[in-house]
Design a protein around this ligand. Structure first.
Ligand SMILES: C[S@@+](CC[C@H](N)C(=O)[O-])C[C@H]1O[C@@H](n2cnc3c(N)ncnc32)[C@H](O)[C@@H]1O
Length: 209
């Protein structure tokens, strides 16, 4: 089925404050020892997987800020992604193997398997790259404004959404993100992956245009 706004590219960035950027990842304890990697894995699932396939028009960047090493960014790009199943363990397995690899320098996205890339840097680098690509950036935050035609314009061919994990944005992140508009998806704190599903639904169904 082709959805009405299939052509709007959706980019998601989620910040994993405790998720380790390097080393060993315990697939048997994604919630505890792995720094809420379960939250990030569910976000990948919501961003990319539909019932029978992968959303070609969506990508997600995980920001792994935990552990003692430099932060790492991991991008799953639905446009080319293959070889990843939608179950949490399979997705986490891909991240586990990647954490053993040397960090590429900032500015260089190294492809580790088809549609899966990694790089150094944090949210500052992501928003800088998105700005260079003319992405319309929004922060998902309960303190934001309700969605309306001014802040959710589907004439943009590329829309970027930034969300946090189970922790609030840090002071440093708030300062980096302060120049972007904040939008809320209702007055109740939701889980990140639910927010991603709602964003897809709003764009797919052209509820606000
Ligand atoms: C589980 S919530 C984080 C809750 C955390 N206790 C906090 O204070 O930020 C995960 C993320 O989903 C997004 N989110 C959750 N509910 C939202 C809402 N109603 N509107 C907009 N974004 C929301 C935000 O980006 C939030 O950081």
């Amino acid at each position: 089925m082709t959805l009405e706004c299939d052509w709007v590219k959706r980019k998601f960035a989620i910040i994993g404050h405790k998720a380790p950027s390097s080393g060993n990842l315990s697939l048997n304890d994604l919630t505890g020892l792995s720094g809420r990697m379960d939250v990030l894995v569910r976000a990948i699932n919501a961003a990319l997987f539909i019932s029978h396939g992968i959303r070609k028009n969506s990508q997600i960047i995980l920001h792994l800020m935990g552990g003692n090493e430099r932060p790492r960014r991991v991008m799953f790009d639905g446009n080319t992604l293959t070889g990843v199943r939608s179950d949490e363990r399979s997705i986490a397995g891909h991240i586990k193997s990647l954490l053993k690899l040397r960090l590429p320098p900032i500015g260089h996205w190294e492809e580790v398997s088809t549609g899966v890339f990694h790089s150094s840097g944090g949210i500052l680098e992501t928003v800088t790259e998105w700005e260079n690509d003319d992405v319309n950036i929004s922060i998902l935050d309960i303190d934001g404004r309700n969605l309306n035609n001014n802040n959710f314009n589907l004439n943009n061919r590329s829309m970027g959404f930034i969300l946090s994990d189970d922790s609030p944005f840090t002071i440093n992140e708030i300062s980096i993100l302060s120049k972007f508009k904040k939008i809320k998806l209702g007055d109740t704190w939701l889980q990140g992956h639910s927010c991603i599903t709602i964003v897809h639904h709003i764009i797919d169904s052209n509820i606000i245009s």
